[in-house]
Design a protein around this ligand. Sequence first.
Ligand SMILES: Cc1cc2nc3c(=O)[nH]c(=O)nc-3n(C[C@H](O)[C@H](O)[C@H](O)COP(=O)(O)OP(=O)(O)OC[C@H]3O[C@@H](n4cnc5c(N)ncnc54)[C@H](O)[C@@H]3O)c2cc1C
Length: 418
Amino acid sequence: MVAVTDTRANSNYDIVIVGGGMVGISLALLLRAQRPWKILVVEAQELAVSDSPVSGAYSSSFDARSTALSWSSRNIYQSIAVWPQLKRHLAAIAQIHVSDRGHAGLTRIDAADANVDALGYVVENQWLGSVLLNQLAETDIQLLGSAGVETIVPLAAGMCLGVQQSDQDLQTIDAKLVVIADGAGSSTSKKLGIQSQSSTYGQTGIIANISLEKPHGGVAYERFTDQGPMALLPLTDFKGRPRSALVWTQPSEMAESLMAADEQSFLEQLQTRFGYRLGRFKQLGERVAYPLALTTATEQMRRHLVVMGNAAHSLHPVAGQGFNLSLRDAATLANSLAQAGEAIGDLAVLQQYQQQQAADQRNTVLFSDSLPKLFGLSSSVIALGRNSGLLAMDLIPSLRNSFARFGMGMATREPGHG
Ligand SMILES: Cc1cc2nc3c(=O)[nH]c(=O)nc-3n(C[C@H](O)[C@H](O)[C@H](O)COP(=O)(O)OP(=O)(O)OC[C@H]3O[C@@H](n4cnc5c(N)ncnc54)[C@H](O)[C@@H]3O)c2cc1C
């Protein structure tokens, strides 16, 4: 277990991160790798570290989902030595198989064609959480679990936070820089008048692990159907059984009945929608439903303040981009701060960070927003267009490679950024 930090005797920090989810913890490790800043992570849920998957109460980020990590995320985690710990929990994506149910279009993107070992890597969030939190426990980064930010007030040289931990007295904590990473619809941002804009897709993503009759062979299936996209991502075997992680996007009213269906009926419906490329679906893990929306913060930066992760941009999961983008944001911020000397809260430093990430954020948000809209449309003319798109991608290697590079988080980066 992580020792609960008592910050009361020690209330001045260089950097306070509000939200210890996938993004907050990753950022803390990236910062620690740069400079010996005094860092505190404030997390609403109880913090637990063990060598088994993180589960139970501390679950909103490290829950039953899986994450497809891009090539850029691999490079970033390699730079802070997280990768070797993560490796045994990863399934490499050797091929992405994109198809459109009921239409001819189909394309395959191969790691070999893109000249990489893998097009991405799939990890269960609970294992990602376990590795990140264990790594954090090896550092002097302080963690305050079961704690929330009650007040946040700008000062001349930083921010002052009023932090409430469980039923203890309110603590006052000063920081030169506060990074808000407390998830979509961030309550801490709202305290500063930073709003978020949200547009719903009217869709719900149902996730579950599925055990398979046939080995997946490292193939990630992305299948577009008239009801929404569905992905089956390769996972590591469990008890010798091959498994894939399902993300099944459905109009929200249909998702409700799928969530209520018994295991057999759910698997039968899935089989009908997906087909038999992986043989019979054998068993169904825990199902969780996520209502899907594009949510973006109206501001991502002020003096002594950065908004990051889902608190800054929360995307449709179809393209598997949300966390990968946030990790690139986090790595860029850590680099910018490392070059800033003492001036880590200065507007010019934070503006430079934002300028560096602006194109990446814009392109990734656009890509993740357009895919479900394009493939969600069912008119036959559009269907023809999207199928010729898939066919063209299959016929023109450079087009396919640029799709693959985008998916890997490379197309929007300057060379050398990974
Ligand atoms: C179905 C699905 C599949 C996805 N698949 C992929 C994928 O394959 N690849 C990919 O790149 N992305 C994927 N994503 C996106 C990815 O899950 C998110 O980008 C990621 O979870 C964002 O992490 P976060 O830390 O910003 O936010 P969160 O995960 O929401 O974490 C926020 C943390 O802040 C804490 N918190 C909240 N309020 C407070 C407060 N007031 N004070 C302190 N702490 C607080 C919470 O307890 C939580 O721990 C997927 C998303 C979904 C829904």
